[in-house]
Write a protein that binds this ligand. Structure first.
Ligand SMILES: Nc1ncnc2c1ncn2[C@@H]1O[C@H](COP(=O)(O)OP(=O)(O)O)[C@@H](O)[C@H]1O
Ligand SMILES: [Mg+2]
Length: 152
């Protein structure tokens, strides 16, 4: 995979990423030597058939690979810093703040017992130190901006 011929500093730089999964049938390589870079403000779409490794790339970037996954080689740099060299606390601080993910299936990625506004507001409280009330106002504005009718 190539693309995103980014300028001097890529916001995200994935180099030679190889990830495998331990399965009962042996080791399955989901990614072999995947490299790409994305410049700030640029959009990159990964397109491929089911099982080609798109989700594995996204989960590796988010540091959310499952237990059976091994990052065999490669680096993932965010804003010039190798994520693997950051402490878990630093990675956690980036996730949901500078790096986010929208999961495919809202039924499993959102908590059905909580209103969506609270779930949109949560990272603003955790990462930006906003009060719950201020975060809720901002979440309402965001839901209105994407065209949700009567977000309140
Ligand atoms: N938890 C897992 N255990 C074993 N194999 C997995 C696991 N997750 C994904 N795979 C395998 O890794 C490959 C890539 O899967 P995935 O990243 O989900 O592809 P995509 O998102 O493009 O459909 C597939 O062969 C898939 O079966
Ligand atoms: Mg997928």
């Amino acid at each position: 995979m190539s693309g995103g011929e980014a300028g001097a500093v890529a916001i995200l730089d994935v180099r030679s990423l190889t990830v495998s999964y331990a399965t009962r049938a042996g080791r399955v390589f989901a990614l072999r030597d995947v490299s790409f870079a994305i410049a700030s403000g640029e959009t990159l779409a990964l397109v491929g058939e089911s099982g080609s490794g798109k989700s594995t790339i996204a989960l590796a970037i988010m540091d959310l690979l499952s237990r059976e996954a091994t990052l065999n080689s490669g680096t993932i740099a965010f804003a010039g810093r190798d994520l693997a060299r950051l402490t878990a606390a630093r990675r956690h601080a980036l996730r949901g703040d500078r790096i986010g993910i929208v999961f495919q299936d809202p039924f499993t990625s959102l908590n059905p017992s909580l209103p969506v506004g609270l779930q949109v507001a949560e990272p603003l409280v955790f990462h930006r130190g906003m009060s719950p009330a201020a975060a809720f106002v901002k979440a309402l504005a965001a839901l209105a901006e994407v065209g949700l009718p009567q977000p309140a």
